[in-house]
Design a protein around this ligand. Structure first.
Ligand SMILES: Cc1cc2nc3c(=O)[nH]c(=O)nc-3n(C[C@H](O)[C@H](O)[C@H](O)COP(=O)(O)O)c2cc1C
Length: 344
């Protein structure tokens, strides 16, 4: 399955519209850009198009070695769509999203407001969690999660049309440990995977506002000692700031969708956004074990070995964590463009 990543005909953009709705749309984009993305590539462009907000993929931010089909790129954009919806509701507007409204080569999603929304305390709480949520690769204690939270996380995924399958039996858990380790080893062996990652690593003091800081990791040694091997972002001499003492027994779940097309990847991203914010609102942290997703043979093996009912899109660790620094984002005006809605 391939995605045609062509620039929108509306680029370069016209000056910002001054309408009130367009101003709100630009604010939703500013919130949406805080979404997680693989290697913090931030592979999106937001286009305020009259009274709608379009989310476009950014072809310069693809990862051909580990994400040749753009699955994780689209999942990242889906998470951004979810955050835009949270922003709209917290401002009292009901969002409606059309996914892939113009087919292949068009924008990934178009958001419009369809009426007023009665703002709840929960809407405000979720919005407040967006800038404080972080990926925590350190020890996570799943046993200390508030009772009932795993069920709430599953419900959050279900509302978005996905399912979060918790890997709870010891047998399934050790099967997943083995699959993650095998996929990690295969990825590490492919030289170009390292090269691709190196392009997104940021040493302390690097002024760029994308990529992963080399201290936002647990370090290879600690990661290989842990139950689940995690992707390592360290470089020689860097300080693995997320290597801290603590119980490391995360709840582990696989986020699944019913099919495996671009629309399903957007659903997975929207569900990821919902799960992460639900966890953050309960004070819980999350991180990723996505190596098996990136090795298609292992991904298939995982689906059958764990008897997953759907298509695996993300593997998540969840639990109570520690202090984690924020990972930078590009400024809103670098990722948001405006058109009057009549172009194209
Ligand atoms: C689709 C997707 C896949 C990801 N895969 C991994 C992964 O395998 N390992 C990892 O440590 N982080 C992974 N991440 C997390 C990103 O590295 C993280 O979101 C990004 O660096 C921004 O940091 P933040 O989430 O703390 O804001 C993934 C994120 C997304 C959306």
């Amino acid at each position: 399955m391939s995605l045609t990543l062509v620039p929108s005909p509306v680029w370069p953009m016209e000056p910002a519209s001054s309408s009130v709705v367009a101003t709100r749309m630009a604010w939703y984009a500013a919130v949406a850009r805080l979404a997680p993305s693989k290697h913090n590539t931030q592979p999106w462009r937001f286009v305020v198009c009259g009274s709608s907000l379009e989310v476009w993929p950014d072809p310069r931010r693809m990862l051909p070695e580990t994400d040749p089909d753009h699955r994780e790129l689209i999942i990242s954009c889906g998470a951004a769509v979810h955050l835009a919806c949270v922003a709209a509701r917290a401002l009292g507007h009901q969002p409606a999203v059309t996914m892939l409204p113009d087919g292949a080569g068009g924008c990934l999603a178009r958001l419009v407001e369809v009426g007023p929304w009665e703002i709840s305390e929960r809407d405000r709480e979720l919005l407040a969690c967006i800038p404080t949520r972080r990926t925590d690769r350190g020890p996570l204690d799943g046993g200390a999660l508030p009772p009932g939270l795993p069920f709430l996380l599953q419900s959050a995924a279900a509302v978005e049309g996905a399912s979060l399958r918790l890997v709870s039996t010891p047998g399934d858990r050790s099967t997943l440990v083995g699959l993650v380790e095998r996929a990690d080893r295969l990825l590490v062996k492919r030289g170009r995977v390292d090269e691709e990652l190196a392009g997104w690593l940021r040493a302390p003091g690097d002024p760029r506002k994308d990529g992963v800081p080399t201290d936002h990791t647990r370090g290879a040694a600690a990661s290989y000692r842990a139950e689940f091997v995690q992707r390592d972002f360290s470089t020689p001499g860097s300080r693995p700031a997320q290597d801290r003492p603590g119980i490391d027994r995360p709840v582990v779940g696989v986020l699944c969708t019913s099919n495996d097309r671009q629309a399903d990847w957007l659903v997975a991203g929207r569900a990821l956004g919902a799960v992460l914010l639900c966890a953050a609102a309960a004070g819980a942290h999350a991180s990723y074990l996505n190596q098996p997703i990136e090795e298609s043979a292992i991904r298939n093996e995982m689906c059958s070995a764990l008897s997953l009912t759907g298509q695996a899109q993300l593997v998540l660790r969840l639990g109570m964590g520690g202090k984690v620094e924020a990972t930078p984002r590009r400024d809103a005006n670098r990722v948001t463009f405006h058109t009057d809605g009549n172009a194209g």
